[in-house]
Each structure stands twice: as C-alpha cells, then as structure tokens.
Design a protein around this ligand. Sequence first.
Ligand code: PLP
Length: 417
Amino acid sequence: MSASALHPDTQVLHGAFKPEAETGATAAPIFQTASFAYATAEELEAVFAGREPGYVYSRISNPTVTQFERRMTVLENGFGALACASGMAAISATVLALAGTGDEIVSGNSIFGGTYSLFHQTLSRTGITTRFVEATDVKAYRQAITDRTKLIFVESIGNPKLDVPDLAAIAAVAREKGVVLVVDNTLPTPLLLQPKTLGADIVIHSTSKFINGHGNAIGGIIIDSGTFDWSNPRYVHLNPFYKRAREMAFLACLRNQICRDLGACLSPFNAFLMSIGVESLGVRMERHCANAAQVARFLADHPRVRGVRYPGLANHPDHAVALRQFAGRYGAVVTLRLDNKAQCFRFINGLKLAQNLANLGDARTLVIHPASTFCRDLSDAERSAVGVSDDLVRLSVGIEHVADLIADLEQSLEGLR
Ligand SMILES: Cc1ncc(COP(=O)(O)O)c(C=O)c1O
C-alpha cells in the first residue's frame, strides 16, 4: 500500500517506516556519528562528487535525520525535505536559498516575532528587504510583488494573532506572478492542513512544537512540495543546481550549499526524538483541538475576559476561511485579553497546571505573555502588526483532561480583582 493512500493518522506511524535493515530494530537507530568512513579514496571522491549515494558528514546529512525527513515528506505529501537545527534555521535557510542582496520578500505581517525580527532586522542588513502586508489581504500581496520578489511568506495560522490567510487565493497570486509561496505550517500541522493542497511550494515547520510534542528538542524542517519549476528565470542563481539536479534543484541548493555552509543541522539525537514524537501526532492533535475548542468557549463566556481569539469561534474574523481550510479542527492555540498587563501577570501566576514558558505545541498546557517575552524587541507598531498588546495572554492548550484545565483557568480568573 502506498504511503500517500494512508490516512494521516496512519501515516505518522507507517508512512515512512521501515525496520532497520541489519537488525530489524523498530525504533530509528541513532547514528551518533560526525562522519562516515569509506574503504578507498576513490569511493569517498565519488560520494563527494555526487556520482554515488552516501553519507559524508552529519552537518550535511545523517541516516537518523533522513528517517525524520522522510516521515515529514510523507505527511506533507512532498517531494523531499531537509531538517534543520530549529524552525528559525529552516526559515533562514529557505530565504537564503531563494534570495540574495537586492531581492525582496513579501510577507504576511502577523508572523512569529522571531521571524519578523529575522526579516525586518537581520536580513535587511544583508540587503534582503521585506515588504510586510496585511496577512489576510490577498490584493496586498499582488501589489507588493516586484521583479525582485523571490518569495511570499505566510503562516497558515498566524502566531500569536491567530488570523487565517486564504492560502488558495494567495497561491493563485504566487502562481500568476511566478513567485515561490512559502508557508509556515507550524500551528495547524499536516494533520489539520497540507498547504501543498492549496498551492504552497515550500512548507516549513518549527518541529520544536507539535511535531515533537513533548518539549524536549528544538528542530525545524523544510519540505519542497515539488510544485515549482526551478528553471524559472526569476531564480537564475539556481541554474547550476537545476542543470545537475533538475526538479531537486532547490533541495540540492539547500543541502549542498546553504545548509552545508550555515551549519545549522539537526542533531541525530534530536531527529530521533522528533521521529518518536511525531508518531503520536494524530491522537495528540485530536485531543489538542477538542480541548482548545472547549477552553475557547469557556473563556469567551467568562465575565473577567475581555476578548478571546480562536479560529474555531464563529465570531473570529477568518472563521469561514478556517472552516474551509482545516475541516472543523482549529489547532491548540487560544489567546485572551484581560484588563491590562498587571492582570495578565496575576492570571499567569495564578495558574497551577499551565506552565509559563516560551514554547507552544507541548502535550502540556503552556501559557505566556507575548508582549513582555518573545515580542519584547518589537516596536509598538510592529507588536500591533503581529497582533500583540500588553493585555494579551497566549495559551497553548495541552492534552490533559479538559475539566482539569478549565478548573485551573477558572480558579485563576476568579482570583483577579
Ligand atoms: C510559527 C513559528 N514559526 C517558527 C518558529 C521558530 O521555531 P524555533 O523556535 O524552532 O526556531 C516559531 C517559534 O515559536 C513559531 O511559532
């Protein structure tokens, strides 16, 4: 049975799984090695030259990492993948494989604060300019594209604004203009949405979140959907890779140049943890989404809460798009607004189950005050673009029993006055 014929809940377990050839081990062996030895100089030369397949050095590739890349390729119905040391490394490498000095990115404005800072601060110093547009305004993407645009970047659910751009409409603009569409699919995961089905050319995940699911490793992945023609003259710098690798050109550029040179590779041990974590993604997402929906409804009805955002609530501005794109499941992240920053801090400090930390997508419920933490380096205007205000709290709803979660939220809200 082909992997693509399986339901995603089955793919997470069986999609790319083969027992290890030599011993039959059912857990991916951890090839904790820096390098790979060859009997002769001729053999090593042939592998270096790409005439023979083989592993050379774990900064470039490693069998445990390959296993994880294959699992993610199946889940996103992609053509191939490359794993990185973090979600930020995956985004940085993708941009650097597509763009250089003088080039431009068109990005939705409601993106993770770290990505915003990468685009706005770090990459602008290398001469790559980002034009930020209202993430859900499809016309704005078209208007912002110029001859120098090398990618459109968008999050399938914005973190932490939780807006839901219409990906099919943005993909139509990208196709019309011949520009690569890159989608950060971290919040929905492939269990809720495969961005390729809506026209995304490249899909990125911070696998530190739901893919891993247990908050025990940092990682990222880049998946090529196999939909973009890499001989497109807009990407003339990829020509040498296209000549050698044809449709693999983008992945070849990533692996053999960008990631090799930047060095932000995923460690074999972290790839092992990701591979184990992703096996339970199906059941975890089911529980995450069901719990989050109940938590969102509870908060929306609570008199001390001034506002709740969750794409599954009928009053969410993008609810109709979310309904279409995610088929009735809306992820685990919910935000709420209280009277002010002091009340947010009291609320967070009063929680007994939810852990106050900078992550999301853990099996446990997590809570954070974005304005004073991962968005603290943004200006007021930037914070408001990414949907963050002083009175906002973000919850990543875990897979605990929902009655315990609601009791915890309730007792902390009752303590506010
Ligand atoms: C949507 C999104 N993309 C990317 C990242 C960056 O990932 P990492 O922390 O693995 O570098 C994050 C981190 O929170 C995120 O939320």
